[in-house]
Design a protein around this ligand. Sequence first.
Ligand SMILES: O=C(O)C(=O)C[C@H](O)[C@H](O)COP(=O)(O)O
Length: 230
Amino acid sequence: MVTYVTAVHQHERSSDIVRLLAGDRLLPVVILPDASAAEPLAAAITAGGLRSIEVTLRTPAALDAIKRLAASSDLLVGAGTVLNTEQAERAVEAGARYVVCPGFSAAVVRRCQDLGVPVFPGVATPTEIQMALEAGLEAVKFFPAEQLGGAPMVKALSAPFPGVRFVPTGGVTTANLAAYLAIPAVLAVGGTWMVAADLLAAGDYAEITRRTAAAVAATRPDTTGDADVR
Ligand SMILES: O=C(O)C(=O)C[C@H](O)[C@H](O)COP(=O)(O)O
């Protein structure tokens, strides 16, 4: 009974971000060395047409960046690379509205559910997908996507798990993006290619907007916009 209530709670809480990702079908993942980039980055992503961002807890500036993004932008901000419950708590305290992990940790998933924060644990195998299902989750990250077999692997994994939605992340570029987007089980595609480290280092926000807009165009292959994807 407790598990059932938790699962329903999780489902309701996850609807916002899951709905947003189902609409955008893209999740920009950023490794921010400097929190002062938060505001111009948010503006660049918004101008490119997306409504969410995942800030990885890979830099000392990450929590501050999450704080600044949550306070100053309309983006739905999440924390990535969350490896333990303490990091999950600190990220949520900083303003993260969802949590992403590279792998499946039952403890992190449970803590996020207790906090009422949607969590996307990374999975790489059917076993881990079953663990996510048992935890009451409806969507998982598939990481590292390209190295694990890419789009064909997502297709193969989705066959026995018709209710599961995947967020393939890792090794995605404009060259393989369309293959992932073509899979109905793919909720959204995540990655750093739109907000690459060299662009951040150079302060090239115009290029971040251009790459974001090009990726957005790729989510709408029936329009002429996809010709811009390079
Ligand atoms: O698992 C996590 O929480 C992560 O932070 C992993 C990142 O999402 C990927 O490392 C991004 O991969 P690339 O797009 O290939 O740069």
